[in-house]
Design a protein around this ligand. Structure first.
Ligand code: PRP
Ligand code: URA
Length: 209
């Protein structure tokens, strides 16, 4: 059974609650989503394995540490997931980036797939799927299925806000995937928007409406 980790860092909470405000414009929203992604990346990578390596400082030889284990990949769910990519890359610049295109049909609320391009060796990598919002869980569950159908096994999912129903769906359908959640909100409204939430993440990142 995988873990569900809800961030408890005050900087993350402060930044999330700042961007919930409806008068925060696209430029600030985008910048702060990137900062939240960097901080969450720090938390979601804290158990990556290290190996010993012999190096020489200007003073002496020493046994240093460097990251070992699987190479990393970041896979944003388009569009809103794009807002988290640069923040992640700031922390793990050697990661490759794949893209999954999905949108939630406004009538049926079902995810509709329109794009998938992954690094060629993605199935050997530790993959971080990123999307700011986990609402019904339809989009993220579909994205994880697309990845698994292509042979990807090591997946962690990161979102800024989640609703309890989406967390339940993800843990039931993908019990092997660790969830890293910035803040767990109360519920969904009648349009399946997260309450209190922050509105439509894609529109707020890209200034569309
Ligand atoms: C948003 C969000 C998630 C999805 C979450 O994307 O970025 O991908 O909704 O909702 P769910 O958990 O109920 O599936 P949206 O469909 O608005 O597309 P966009 O990112 O292109 O704006
Ligand atoms: N997608 C969003 O962008 N916001 C929500 O609250 C739910 C789904």
């Amino acid at each position: 059974m995988a873990n569900t980790i809800i961030m408890d860092h005050p900087l993350i909470r402060h930044k999330i609650d700042y961007i919930r405000r409806k008068d925060v414009g696209a430029k600030d929203f985008r910048t702060i989503v990137g900062e939240i992604a960097s901080l969450m990346c720090y938390e979601a990578t804290r158990d990556l394995p290290l190996r010993d390596v012999e190096i020489e400082t200007p003073i002496c030889k020493m046994t240093a540490k460097e990251l070992s284990g699987k190479k990393l990949a970041i896979v944003p769910i388009l569009r809103a997931g794009l807002g988290m990519v640069d923040g992640m890359l700031n922390m793990i610049p050697a990661a490759k980036v794949g893209h999954i295109g999905l949108y939630r049909d406004p009538q049926t609320l079902e995810p509709v797939e329109y794009y998938c391009k992954l690094p060629p060796d993605c199935e050997e990598r530790q993959v971080f799927v990123v999307d700011p919002m986990l609402a019904t869980g339809g989009s993220s569950c579909a994205a994880l299925k697309m990845l698994k159908d292509k042979g990807v096994k090591n997946i962690r999912f990161m979102c800024i806000l989640a609703a309890p129903v989406g967390v339940k769906k993800m843990t039931e359908e993908h019990p092997d995937v660790d969830l890293y959640i910035g803040a767990l909100d109360e519920k969904l409204n009648d349009h399946a928007y997260i309450v209190p939430g922050l509105g439509d993440a894609g529109d707020r990142i890209f200034g569309t409406k």
